[in-house]
Design a protein around this ligand. Structure first.
Ligand SMILES: C[S@@+](CC[C@H](N)C(=O)[O-])C[C@H]1O[C@@H](n2cnc3c(N)ncnc32)[C@H](O)[C@@H]1O
Length: 274
């Protein structure tokens, strides 16, 4: 692997470890019904499903429930702590297997009817390689479903403090420079068509949080959790003082002024044309 590729991969892994672990409470409380609701229409008993970037397997275990004892679900994630947490949480589910693996290294003797991935392709800088790998794991006419963000279209009401807007803009720049696509949810349609998928369907799946709704404040505060990582300071994108200001100002805004936050999400679903 070239030096730049190694650096990008190492950077991604470090940030995913830090950012994702800071947000692990949010991940482990996710459910299929609440957090990947559009997928339900693609699920039926007997399917063999792969979930790429499954986190602790919170959504994956709900999929296992629907495909039932005649189906089977494998969840993979490249953060070891998420997989070990999921293995102990969901040990009793017979048709669910959680594996610590990076997508690009994952091998399976049997191919899958359906491959899904929620909020994970946003972190992958080698999208073409990743989609080629997905194709190699799908059965002919198998289905792919990717749920992901368009980070360029976040909407806060009212606008958050300037310090957080500055942090967020630097976050988008840092991600772009590391090869990650900030609008992957919207670009995925063209990417899949270029890779030989067809029957592409798109489902709106925006995440909308209102401060006064039970549990939503923690989701609105996600950006101060992201800013807890010093990664962008270490790499020269923002000063530590500006980062700390963003956390303090944003938490105050979230507690007192925030009305709502909408994260733009889409599920893109397609069939492998071979
Ligand atoms: C934002 S979390 C989403 C977790 C879960 N799918 C959900 O929607 O709650 C993204 C996950 O993708 C994993 N991940 C990122 N790149 C990966 C890769 N190349 N292979 C496997 N897992 C990956 C991270 O470790 C992280 O757990």
């Amino acid at each position: 692997m070239c030096q730049i590729c190694q650096t990008v991969t190492a950077t991604e892994n470090k940030v995913i470890d830090r950012v994702a672990q800071n947000a692990s409470n949010i991940f482990s409380q996710r459910t299929l019904e609440k957090d990947y609701r559009t997928l339900i229409s693609a699920l039926k008993p007997g399917l063999r499903v792969l979930d790429i970037g499954c986190g602790t397997g919170a959504i994956t275990k709900d999929i296992a429930h629907i495909v039932g004892s005649t189906g089977y679900v494998v969840g993979i994630d490249n953060t070891a702590s998420f997989i070990s947490e999921g293995k102990s949480l969901f040990a009793g589910i017979q048709n669910l297997e959680l594996v610590h693996a990076d997508l690009l290294d994952f091998v399976s003797k049997e191919k899958f009817d359906l491959i899904i991935s929620a909020r994970t392709f946003q972190w992958i800088s080698t999208i073409d390689k990743a989609i080629d790998k997905v194709k190699s794991l799908l059965k002919p006419q198998g289905q792919l479903s990717i749920l992901d963000y368009n980070h360029e279209m976040i909407n806060w009401n009212p606008k958050p403090p300037v310090s957080m807007l500055h942090f967020y803009n630097m976050f988008l720049m840092w991600r772009k420079d590391a090869g990650m696509n900030n609008r992957i949810a919207f670009d995925m349609i063209d990417i899949l068509e270029e890779h030989g998928f067809d029957q592409v369907e798109v489902f709106n799946a925006d995440e909308h949080y209102e401060r006064h709704f039970p549990g939503h404040l923690e989701n609105i505060k996600i950006w101060s959790k992201v800013a807890n990582s010093k990664q962008m300071v270490d790499e020269g994108y923002i000063s530590d003082a500006a980062r700390l200001d963003a956390i303090k100002d944003y938490n105050e805004w979230a507690e007192s002024e925030a009305i709502s936050m909408t994260l733009k999400l889409r599920e893109v679903r397609a069939i492998l044309n071979s």
